[in-house]
Design a binder for this molecule. Structure first.
Ligand code: NDP
Length: 242
C-alpha cells in the first residue's frame, strides 16, 4: 500500500513540484487548498499525477482539525507531512503593521503546530513518519524588509529540532529545507529591477527551480533518509553557507 503524503500549499510553485516528485516516487499525494475550490480543482486536473484535495487554512487550528477528520476518513493515516504553505507580507519594520506580522507568523509558523498536531501521534503509533518543514534562506541569514518572514522561518527550524528530539525513537524524522530564491509566483511578484539585483547576488546567477527544491524534500521523505533528523538542508545556489 502506498504511503500517504500530505503537502500543504501544494497548488503553489514549489508545492506543485513537491507533489509531482512524491507522486513519481510512489506516494499517495494529498494537498490542501486555500484558494476557491474551482481554482484548486482546475489545478489538480492540469497535473499529470493523482492528487486529492482538501480545503484548509493552515493558519487556523480548527480548520486543520476538520482537514484531519476528512483525510483520516478517506485515507486512514498520514505518513508524510510537508509543511510548504507560506506567504510573504513584506515591509520595512517601522512600517510593518500588526496585521502583516500576524498573517506571516500564523501562516508560516503557527501552521507547523496546527498541521503536525493532527498527525504526529498517529505517526509515532505507526512507528513511521517523515515531516519536512519548508523554511527559507531568509530565516537563516535574515532579510531587511522581512522581519516577520525571517522570524517565522527561523522559528520553523527551531520547531523542527525540538519535535525531532521528541519523536526520534519512534521512527519519525523531522527536517527543514531552506530554499533560496526560487522561480515561483512569490518571487516573480518582486519588482523586476529588485529581482535582477537578487539574482546578481546569487553565486550561481540564477533562481532555483521548484524541481530542485522538490528533489531535496523527496530525499528527506524517503527510506534512504532514515538516519537524517533535525537537519536544515539549504538549497540556495551558494547564496548563504553556514
Ligand atoms: P506560492 O505563493 O507559489 O505558493 C504558496 C502556497 O501556500 C499556495 O498553494 C497557497 O495557497 C498556500 N497558502 C498560503 N496561505 C495559506 C493558508 N493560510 N492555508 C493554506 N494554504 C495556504 O509560494 P512558493 O511555492 O514560492 O513557496 C512555497 C514555500 O516555500 C513557502 O513556505 C515559501 O515561504 C517557501 N520559500 C519560497 C521561496 C521562493 O523563492 N519561492 C524561497 C524560500 C522559501 P493558495 O494559492 O490557495 O492561496
Amino acid at each position: 500500500m502506498s504511503k500517504v503524503a500530505l503537502v500543504t500549499g501544494g497548488t503553489g510553485g514549489i508545492g506543485t513540484a513537491i507533489c509531482q516528485r512524491l507522486a513519481d516516487n510512489g506516494f499517495k499525494v494529498i494537498t490542501t487548498y486555500f484558494e476557491p475550490e474551482e481554482q484548486a480543482k482546475a489545478w489538480a486536473e492540469a497535473q499529470n499525477f493523482d492528487v486529492d484535495l482538501y480545503p484548509c487554512d493552515v493558519s487556523d487550528y480548527e480548520s486543520c482539525v476538520h482537514m484531519r477528520e476528512h483525510i483520516l476518513a478517506d485515507h486512514g493515516r498520514v505518513d508524510v507531512i510537508v509543511n510548504n504553505a507560506g506567504i510573504t507580507r513584506d515591509g520595512k519594520f517601522t512600517r510593518l503593521t500588526p496585521e502583516k506580522w500576524k498573517a506571516v507568523m500564523s501562516t508560516n509558523l503557527d501552521s507547523l503546530f496546527n498541521v503536525c498536531h493532527q498527525f504526529v501521534e498517529g505517526m509515532t503509533e505507526n512507528g513511521f513518519g517523515r515531516i519536512v518543514n519548508i523554511a527559507s534562506i531568509n530565516g537563516q541569514k535574515g532579510q531587511a524588509g522581512q522581519t516577520n518572514y525571517s522570524a517565522a522561518k527561523a522559528g520553523a527550524h527551531g520547531f523542527t529540532m525540538a519535535l525531532a528530539q521528541e519523536v526520534v525513537r519512534k521512527g519519525v524524522t523531522v527536517n527543514t529545507v531552506s530554499p533560496g530564491y526560487t522561480g515561483t509566483d512569490m518571487v516573480m511578484a518582486i519588482r523586476e529591477d529588485i529581482r535582477d539585483m537578487i539574482i546578481d547576488g546569487i553565486p550561481m546567477k540564477r533562481l532555483g527551480k521548484p524541481e530542485e527544491i522538490a528533489a531535496v524534500v523527496a530525499f528527506l521523505c524517503s527510506d534512504d533518509a532514515a538516519f537524517v533528523t533535525g537537519a536544515n538542508y539549504a538549497a540556495n545556489g551558494g547564496q548563504h553557507m553556514h
